[in-house]
Structure formats: C-alpha cells, structure tokens
Design a protein around this ligand. Structure first.
Ligand code: ADP
Length: 280
C-alpha cells in the first residue's frame, strides 16, 4: 500500500495491493459521468436516472446506466429484466442491452432478484471498484448515468471520490421539507467533495389525476424552486407524479411511459436537453 493511500483505492479493494491509486478505470474513460443522488430513498432517484438514460439515448447518445444502489437496485424492475443475470467474458462483465442502453445493476448480480445484499462497508466498496473497472462498456459511449445509493454514507462517498474525469451530479428531491432537508445535506456533500452539481430535479411536484388529468399539489408545493433559490442551483425539472407512468414502471415498461401522452415526458426531455446543451 502506498504511503498516502486511503485504503479505498480500486487497487486495494479489488486486487489486494495498492500499486497505482491514480490508475484510470474503464468507467473513468467514459466522457460524461452523471451521478444521480438523493438525500433519502423513495423520492424517485432511480426513476429519474432511468428516464434520463432513455431520453439521452433517444437523442442519439450512446448511454450506459450503472445501478449501484446496493439496498434497492430498481433498474432491472423498471426495464423489465428482473431475474436476468449479467454474463461475463474474458475481458470482464458484459452489460445487458435494454432499449438502447447498456445496463449494469447490482440486482443483475444476485442469484435471486429478491435476495438482500448483505455486505459490510469495505466489501461494498470493493464491489463498486470492481464494477468501475471490470465492466466491458465498449469504447463508443458518450454518457454513463450512475444510480447511487441514497444519502451521504460511505458508499456514496467512496464512489464519488474514486470516479475520475468529467463527473457531475443531479440531486433528486420531492417538494416536502423532510426531503428538502436531506437534499441540502446532499448539496453540502457534493460541495465538500468538489463534485459539480448540475442542478436539482423536483420529483412528484404535483399529482396528475388519471380521470380528469388535472394537476393537484400532492405534498407542499414550490419546495424545489425555493431550494434552487437558496442554493443557487438550477431547478432542472419539476416532474409530476403520474399514476399511469407508475403503472408502466411497475410493469417493467418505463421506456413506454416516456412518450408524449405521459405527463413526465416533457420534463425528462427538458432534463436531457439541458445536459446535452451543456456538453455541446
Ligand atoms: P428511489 O430511487 O428514490 O428510491 P424510485 O425511483 O425507486 O425511488 O421510485 C419509487 C417509486 O415511485 C417507484 O415505484 C417509481 O416507479 C415511482 N415513481 C417515481 N417517480 C414517479 C413519477 N414521477 N410518477 C409516478 N411514479 C413515480
């Protein structure tokens, strides 16, 4: 182990000895890495990550989606591939191709999709580093969207620190104060790690009635806007809670919920457009 090594570098965790803590992983080589974070679970972080990946892919980008939410890997369910497994080849782990996206999820490594991931912190960090280094993404990708564990714990910290190159974060919150308070912590976490934040996505900003299609405030309203004002970060999208979209997600057809007849669609398109403009 080198003198200044934190013990968390990819070499230590996955290879047993630290020889080069600055070594670039396969993930590092992907031009744009966008981490989707949230202060707490259940606010729609995975859904936003998946929608962003689909929206970018539809605009012609080559996109990967890496789901490292250890305790609730939702991507296989959202894309209807729960129960499938990742294959390996001589070079490493092969992603699953779903609707034009290269997907890798902790959930696709489990023997049974309902199994819990019971690992201690260092083992989780070791697994993260293995995924960062051993997935055979291909060398033509434009974006990788990372679906992170919620909160500002060990795994999020370690992952943010070990990813190199162009990286930025999007923070997802719902409009009520309990979520906004955790979101402020998340913003502070990014600041302390010098991780650029592209902005905030307010999810479930209102409820779309499936009968009359009118919008109603579900929680308090305006939370995303006031957080954006306080933090100086742009509000990238205000995504309504649409029960019809939820049904599509539950049925493993998230991509079919991202069409113009669904209320979430324009906001997710706007989010993808903003990112593409920024990187143009
Ligand atoms: P998190 O990753 O923050 O834990 P998820 O993305 O798994 O949250 O979302 C939790 C649940 O809410 C899922 O069933 C998802 O399909 C649903 N959901 C999230 N956002 C929306 C939305 N805008 N409209 C309808 N359902 C949504």
């Amino acid at each position: 182990m080198s003198e200044n090594c934190s013990g968390n570098c990819s070499s230590c965790q996955s290879k047993g000895s630290c020889t080069d803590e600055k070594r670039e992983t396969r993930l590092d080589k992907i031009p744009h890495k966008i981490m989707v974070l949230s202060g707490k679970g259940g606010v729609g972080k995975s859904t936003v990550a998946a929608c962003l990946a689909v929206a970018l892919a539809r605009q012609g980008q080559k996109v990967a989606l890496l789901d490292v939410d250890f305790h609730g890997p939702s991507q296989p369910t959202l894309f209807g591939v729960a129960g499938k497994h990742l294959d390996g080849c001589e070079e490493g782990i092969l992603p699953l191709e779903v609707f034009g996206i290269r997907l890798v999820s902790i959930g696709l490594l489990l023997e049974n999709s309902d199994d819990a991931v019971i690992l201690r912190g260092p083992a989780k960090i070791g697994l993260l580093n293995q995924l960062f280094d051993e997935v055979v993404w291909g060398d033509d990708l434009d974006y990788v969207i990372l679906d992170f564990p919620p909160g500002t714990g060990d795994e999020a910290l370690s992952a943010c620190q070990s990813i190199k190159g162009d990286k930025s974060a999007i923070i997802v919150t719902t409009p009520q104060e309990v979520s906004l308070a955790d979101c402020r912590k998340c913003i502070d976490f990014c600041k302390k790690l010098q991780l650029p934040v592209l902005g905030i996505v307010e999810n479930m900003s209102c409820y779309v009635c499936p009968d009359c299609h009118k919008r109603h405030a579900l929680f308090s309203s305006g939370g995303g806007e006031s957080l954006s004002r306080q933090s100086g970060l742009p509000l990238l999208a205000s995504v309504p809670l649409d029960p019809e979209f939820l049904a599509a997600c539950d049925a493993g057809r998230l991509h079919q919920g991202l069409v113009s007849s669904f209320a979430v669609y324009p906001e997710m398109e706007k989010l993808a457009d903003t990112i593409l403009e920024k990187n143009a």
